[in-house]
Design a protein around this ligand. Structure first.
Ligand SMILES: NC(=O)c1ccc[n+]([C@@H]2O[C@H](COP(=O)([O-])OP(=O)(O)OC[C@H]3O[C@@H](n4cnc5c(N)ncnc54)[C@H](OP(=O)(O)O)[C@@H]3O)[C@@H](O)[C@H]2O)c1
Length: 384
């Protein structure tokens, strides 16, 4: 990998310029916060009705020619996504931190599938999002194959409900690292393969909880003491940061790159995401199946976004209209409008710059990679 300069080569306004024009916001306004929670409750109560037009499982268009990487595919929504894509004929790479669990799943799926067609084209590779070194190693190993990547599904995520604040070995708040920083780094480092697979897509499994999220761009790790940390703040802020970063990424990607970025809400889904809840709350969570989707239902919006033939056109349309946010697909597979805060383009540019800095990439990484140049990342040198 070659060293690059860290100056931006585009004419986009610098974050500092944009921020200086307005007073820095330090939290969601109470009306925004209230509207956000009303939206979350509405989704929870009515998601099944809103998605009643969808079949389950969702029928997919032909995917035989697609190579898809699915992060966090040993559990919940990601596991369903990986299985359905593989059974529909795609080449699936399960990017996971627990290789043993992934290989056991692959064996189980192959056995269940035997006699129904050709063996599934599925494999597992190691990726631990709590380590940015691991992200770089994964991307280098994948790019070294010199093959195409058509769909990257950033699904892996954590919501450590009620847990105290924790930091990765890279020094970042864990929700921010696993749900936003590491997927952002992975997406950018995989550009050479995504360009080879063009037209290609980056699908980020986001959440309705971003509606109550806020990102303090001066304090993305929530360590300044200005705000009291809660896991809800960590989770919702990381999901909002992902939408903001994705929005700027989509803007900066030239149409010729053929890469589009989509954020998706899977709905409220019964998975292991509630593993940290008290046992009694977990029991209640699993006892309300009418309201909560099962993982197969929760996989539909992501599978739709990953395979719908019109999705690239929709993304390009938003870009042509100078829409401030990237495509956001709701749990019912319809385009939706992300939160008011997600539309704040000034802080989105700031999140963009901060993110690239935190993950150790130069500000012009995207432009250089699209031009076919190599880019050096601060992480990935040492083996664990
Ligand atoms: N469930 C919901 O109601 C809901 C709602 C909105 C959004 N989402 C989003 O949907 C996505 C999938 O979550 P889920 O509900 O399916 O939860 P889940 O069952 O807990 O699955 C999460 C997956 O992420 C993986 N993962 C966690 N930390 C990782 C790390 N450091 N490195 C690599 N992989 C890691 C887990 O691996 P292990 O199997 O090894 O633990 C697991 O496979 C997440 O982004 C979540 O935020 C979920």
């Amino acid at each position: 990998m070659e060293t690059t300069s860290s100056s931006s080569s585009t004419s986009s306004p610098s974050a500092a310029e944009l921020i200086s024009k307005s007073k820095r916001k330090e939290a969601l306004g109470w009306m925004e916060w209230l509207r956000g929670w009303l939206y979350v409750i509405y989704e929870m109560l009515f998601q099944r009705i809103l998605a009643s037009h969808l079949q389950n499982p969702l029928p997919l268009p032909p995917v035989n020619d697609l190579t898809c990487i699915v992060t966090g595919s040993t559990s919940g929504i990601g596991r369903e996504i990986a299985r359905q894509l593989a059974e529909s004929g795609a080449h699936v790479v399960m990017a996971v931190r627990n290789l043993k669990a992934a290989n056991e799943l692959i064996q189980k799926w192959q056995e269940e599938w035997s006699g129904k067609g050709l063996p599934l084209n599925i494999e597992a590779m190691e990726l631990d999002l709590l380590s940015l070194d691991s992200v770089v190693r994964f991307a280098e190993a994948w790019n070294a194959r010199l093959g195409p990547l058509h769909v990257l599904i950033n699904n892996a995520g954590i919501f450590s409900i009620g847990e105290p604040q924790k930091f990765s070995k890279d020094g970042y708040e864990e929700h921010m690292q696993v749900n936003h920083l590491a997927p952002a780094l992975l997406s950018i480092l995989l550009f050479p393969s995504l360009i080879r697979g063009s037209p290609s897509r980056i699908i980020n499994v986001n959440s309705v909880m971003h509606y109550v999220g806020f990102v303090d761009t001066e304090d993305m790790n929530v360590v300044s003491g200005r705000r009291k940390y809660t896991s809800l703040m960590g989770y919702s802020g990381s999901k909002l940061a992902q939408i903001k970063f994705s929005s700027i990424l989509q803007k900066r990607l030239p149409a010729e790159s053929g890469i589009n970025v989509v954020c998706v809400s899977p709905g409220i889904v019964s998975t292991n995401v509630a593993r940290d809840l008290p046992k009694i709350v977990q029991a209640a969570y699993h006892l309300i199946p009418y309201f909560i989707f099962n993982p197969q239902e929760g996989s539909r919006s992501t599978l739709f976004s990953a395979t719908d033939p019109q999705m690239p056109e929709y993304c390009e349309l938003l870009k042509a209209d100078d829409w401030p946010v990237c495509a956001f697909i709701s749990q019912d597979c319809r385009p939706a409008n992300p939160s008011e805060e997600a539309h704040n383009i000034e802080t989105s540019y700031k999140v963009w710059e901060k993110t690239l800095d935190l993950v150790g990439l130069p500000l012009d990484a995207v432009e250089r990679l699209v031009e076919g140049d190599e880019v050096k990342c601060r992480y990935g040198a040492q083996e664990e």
